[in-house]
Design a protein around this ligand. Structure first.
Ligand code: UDP
Ligand code: MG
Length: 339
């Protein structure tokens, strides 16, 4: 058993003796249209926070290029040359938003790390409040969308329905929170010990525990460029959220099996009664064919759901690295390990 060394143990991520090093991490995929503006605003924000003494001068912005095919990486390299508090890392190919984010969470040190999108939809003006909450002892600070006016009706409707469905399945998520959050050193280290292949960070973080709080913001429209989350990617992330955190779909199959069996028994008894005690003929082919198709459908669906869970075991068994690093700039720390 490993005992806790009391001299090494702090009750929070940051000992409060001096301004904390708070870093920012932004996954970027084909974001050349917006990155210049984002970097300008983040640079000004960092300068202001450092001048105010809210964060240490070693704080920096970290850009993870998720295998972009446009000029994103060239832009990050230029930014890193212009400012000493900009670092960049390029993944060997597009691995998806969650893996790009994980790459940042795995390697960036400091007292706290704030993850945010590169398209300026996440309101930067709440960052000082998030840092204040951290300085007051909260080790996880969730940025939660107050209104989603900037999103289409479809996106709003499906997203809110999804959060409700997750909650009904017993998955602990923060309603209307995506991946805009601050993590202190301890939750960050805890997160690093998770080896899941298919990440759903907004489900993993609430599981970690630690003292947390919420800061609300209004989600703006994307500053420039297009969404990198088409419906297919959104559905895949949503399904990943369900299957990584809940066995509810498997239980639904069990429930469905029980229901169909009960209905069949009732139907059988009714048929027996008709043939034994009445002179009526049993109704014809529809009562045979429709349940056959229905059952066929239910069985295929159930096999599919079970297969999805099996695929998760298969992926976990392979335990392949979740990303490979191709290049770094501006002195990105600890980036020589692929995970
Ligand atoms: N992103 C990424 N890899 C991807 C898709 C998206 O790194 O494969 C980044 C993207 O550059 C942005 C963030 O993830 O910084 C959120 O993506 P986006 O704004 O397109 O999603 P939406 O806000 O439309 O849901
Ligand atoms: Mg966006």
């Amino acid at each position: 058993m490993q005992l806790i060394d009391p001299t090494q143990f702090h009750s929070s991520s940051w000992d409060g003796s001096q301004a904390p090093v708070v870093n920012l991490v932004l996954p970027c995929y084909n974001e050349e249209a917006v990155l210049h503006e984002t970097a300008g605003r983040l640079g000004a924000l960092l300068d202001g926070l450092k001048a105010e003494g809210l964060i240490a001068s070693a704080s920096a912005a970290y850009y993870v290029d998720d295998g972009s095919r446009d000029g994103t990486w060239a832009l990050i390299e230029t930014l890193a040359r212009e400012r000493s508090d900009v670092c960049g890392l390029k993944l060997s190919r597009n691995r998806g938003h969650q893996n790009a984010l994980l790459c940042g969470l795995m390697s960036i040190s400091g007292d706290a790390l704030i993850s945010l999108d590169a398209d300026l939809q996440d309101d930067l003006s709440i960052i000082p409040d998030m840092i204040r909450a951290f300085r007051n002892g909260d080790e996880v600070v969730y940025a939660v969308r107050r209104r989603r006016d900037a999103d289409s009706f479809f996106k709003r409707f499906t997203a809110e329905g999804y959060y409700t469905a997750l909650a009904m399945m017993g998955v602990e998520v923060v309603f209307n929170h995506a991946d805009y959050r601050l993590l202190g050193r301890r939750p960050l280290e805890a997160l690093r010990s998770y080896g899941e292949t298919h990440l759903f960070l907004r489900g993993m973080v609430p599981q970690l525990g630690y003292r947390s709080s919420i800061v609300t913001f209004d989600r703006a429209e994307r500053f420039a460029g297009e969404s990198k989350y088409p419906l297919s990617k959104m559905l895949s992330l949503a399904w990943r959220g369900v299957t990584s955190f809940s066995a509810a779909p498997l239980r639904v199959i069990t429930g469905l099996g029980m229901l169909v069996s009960l209905v069949s028994v009732a139907f059988g008894l009714w048929a027996l009664f008709i043939s034994l005690f009445t002179s009526m003929a049993l109704p014809g082919w529809a009562s045979t064919v429709i349940p056959m198709y229905l059952l066929g459908g239910i069985q295929l669906l159930s096999l599919g759901v079970i297969g999805e869970y099996l695929a998760k075991v298969y992926e976990a068994g392979k335990a392949r690295p979740r990303f490979h690093v191709e290049a770094i700039t501006g002195g990105w720390p600890g980036a020589n390990t692929d995970r």
